[in-house]
Design a protein around this ligand. Structure first.
Ligand code: CP
Length: 302
């Protein structure tokens, strides 16, 4: 992608100031601020991996902003005839699409798209990053605490395969939060930071962020171990049980990007508990994606 094009591919693409501006704009929109209306701007949503929240909230955000939403069904597209990602995206550019929203199973799929002259919003790349999820998570944390500095945040789950863990660790750390992880040995990636035991930290955390076990990204040997974890001990050792919930600080919150494996990452009874922001995250996601689209439209003079 050309240098003068503003994309959102990873959290590094945004300064701290830009992150805070996006959070404030999304909160304004949530509180009823008027949408900016756009004319003659076409947005294509290309989802090569399954999605409910990200895809549908981008679609609602696009409609609210009066952007022209172009559906792209991978299963009936010329991808099925062997057309590659770049040729597909270039074709959309040439027929008048102005913005691409892409989710893809390959990490950094966007490196193939360097010659495009339209911006790309990354809706998740393999186990790489998920910047719009990260931004809605940051919005939810900011909405609850009004700050990031010195918040104690634990991210628990399938860290190695999680794009949410990577985006959130990078962004939260540079905004001043203290982030550590909880995971079974097989899903740890020590290059990301400190790994702790949930029972040693649960009483201290401000944010307890649980992540989905990424079944679809597991190698065969991980699948075998995962089955054992699920059957025997994942919930007991790494899940948010009712007993652990009782140990959380009074003002702490629970987050999960969802979809949730109930009674695996979190007790079924806690998904909508008082401390849980899981469904609020989804609500915030639509407003944050509106803010992201406004930002991309403005920065690219569309
Ligand atoms: N959290 C998230 O990315 O959900 P979807 O896979 O449903 O988009």
């Amino acid at each position: 992608m050309r240098k003068n094009i503003k994309n959102l591919l990873k959290m590094e693409n945004l300064s701290n100031e830009e992150i805070l501006n996006l959070i404030k704009r999304a909160l304004e929109l949530k509180n009823g601020a008027e949408n900016k209306k756009n004319k003659n701007i076409f947005v294509a949503n290309l989802f090569f991996e399954n999605s409910t929240r990200t895809k549908k909230s981008f679609e609602v955000a696009e409609l609210k902003l009066a952007l022209n939403k172009i559906d792209f069904d991978v299963s009936t597209s010329s991808i099925q005839k062997g057309e590659n990602l770049y040729d597909t995206c270039k074709t959309l550019e040439m027929i008048g699409v102005n913005i691409l929203v892409i989710r893809h199973k390959e990490n950094e799929y966007y490196k193939e798209l360097k010659k495009l002259e339209i911006p790309v919003i990354n809706a998740g790349d393999g186990s790489g990053e998920h910047p719009s999820q990260c931004l809605l998570d940051l919005m939810t944390i900011y909405e609850n605490f009004g700050k990031f500095e010195n918040l104690e945040i634990i991210i628990a789950g399938d860290i190695k395969n999680s794009r949410v863990a990577k985006s959130n660790k990078k962004a939260l750390t540079r905004l001043g939060a203290k982030v550590s992880f909880v995971a079974p040995e097989i899903w740890q990636d020590k290059s990301l930071g400190d790994f702790k035991k949930l029972d040693e930290v649960i009483h201290k955390v401000d944010v307890c962020m649980l992540l989905r076990i990424q079944h679809e990204r597991h190698e065969r040997h991980e699948k075998d171990e995962k089955d054992n974890f699920l059957k025997e001990s994942y919930y007991k050792n790494y899940g948010l049980t009712e007993q652990r919930y009782k140990k959380l600080k009074e003002n702490s919150i629970i987050m999960h990007p969802a979809p949730v494996n109930r009674d695996v990452e979190i007790a079924d009874s806690l998904v909508e508990s008082e401390k849980s922001k899981i469904f609020e995250q989804m609500k915030n996601g639509m407003f944050m994606r509106q803010a992201i689209l406004e930002y991309i439209v403005e920065k690219n003079n569309l």
